[in-house]
Design a protein around this ligand. Structure first.
Ligand code: C2E
Ligand code: MG
Ligand code: MG
Ligand code: MG
Length: 283
């Protein structure tokens, strides 16, 4: 699912079909050492409250730069790690790093505590010790649980409903919030949606792309927003690129906006700079 053709600008991975499996193996091997070789970093994309223009949260997004191959597109390497157990140590690294970073911002700017959203792959969510892993990351970093949000996809939630409800409840008891990422692109049953203790729905970019031209996409976005609010959830729109989309979302009561219109994912110093200047982002 390549969401952004701009990200395919990285050149390493444009081989003929036959070489592809080989390159994937090489890449997988390199990924095994990427943590100890310090090749990962996180960028952070602001989540802005629509009514106030204030940054209330960020989403942590993983980046990998190989010393010879250069930066590798997330659409390539993330699906690779998500489909192997590599996601477990790497996911833990992301969680630890994101919690530490958030704590560091809070120490610098105690007046502007942010919520840190961290992506969780299905394989991570399926781990029996998920709750302990999250608790440990909070403990190690000293971050209060209310400032951590886990983003999972519909697919992760749907495969063992009863177990997943219990897991989510345990996470809620810890104090973290739960968001459903890419909402609307999976096949979640609305009957289950009401049983999961979900705090946030993130409307997928693909619906927003067409609202200006497609009546159906506009209706879907409006309906998701209304439904989420009726269920007591917060709505975040992701991939917002235009003023038209912004005004449409405002008209439909969307709570938070994440997208290039406000900011691309940026290094931590740039988030600190926004907080330094009062925590508002203008478009
Ligand atoms: P996602 O969680 O849905 O993240 C949103 C993606 O949309 C990010 O792509 C972000 O850079 C991009 N985006 C945000 N606003 C805009 C916009 O206005 N226009 C466009 N064209 N794109 C926008 P990114 O960083 O390439 O990440 C892709 C996916 O990789 C993420 O989708 C997420 O599923 C996964 N991912 C990223 N970091 C992690 C991680 O640490 N762990 C796991 N398990 N998955 C991750
Ligand atoms: Mg996400
Ligand atoms: Mg998403
Ligand atoms: Mg995703």
């Amino acid at each position: 699912q390549a969401k952004d053709s701009g990200r395919n600008a990285y050149k390493f991975f444009t081989p003929a079909m036959g070489e592809e499996a080989f390159k994937r193996m090489e890449m997988e091997r390199a990924l095994r050492y990427a943590i100890e070789k310090n090749q990962f970093k996180l960028l952070y994309q602001p989540q802005v409250e629509l009514s106030s223009g204030r940054i209330l949260g960020v989403e942590a997004l993983l980046r990998w730069t190989h010393p010879e191959w250069g930066p590798i597109s997330p659409s390539v390497f993330i699906s690779l790690i998500e489909n192997t157990n590599l996601i477990l140590p790497i996911g833990e690294w992301v969680l630890d790093e994101a919690c530490k970073q958030n704590k560091a911002w809070q120490a610098l700017h105690p007046g502007f505590p942010l919520r840190m959203a961290v992506n969780f792959a299905a394989r991570q969510f399926a781990q029996a010790d998920l709750v302990e892993t999250v608790a440990k990351a909070l403990q190690k970093s000293g971050l209060a649980a209310e400032f951590l949000e886990l983003e999972i996809t519909e697919g992760s939630a749907m495969n063992d409903i009863e177990l997943n409800i219990r897991k989510m409840q345990a996470l809620k008891e810890l104090g973290v919030s739960i968001a459903i990422d890419d909402f609307g692109t999976g096949f979640s049953s609305l009957a289950y949606l009401k049983r999961f203790p979900i705090d946030i729905l993130k409307i997928d970019k693909s619906f927003l792309d067409e609202i200006q031209h497609g009546k159906k996409d506009a209706a879907i976005v409006a309906t998701i927003s209304e439904m989420a609010h009726s269920l007591g959830m917060e709505v975040i729109a992701e991939g917002v690129e235009t003023k038209y989309q912004l005004e449409f979302l405002r008209g439909h009561g969307c709570d938070m906006i994440q997208g290039y219109l406000f900011s691309r994912p940026v290094p931590p110093e740039q988030i600190a700079e926004i907080l330094q200047k009062g925590g508002k982002i203008k478009v």
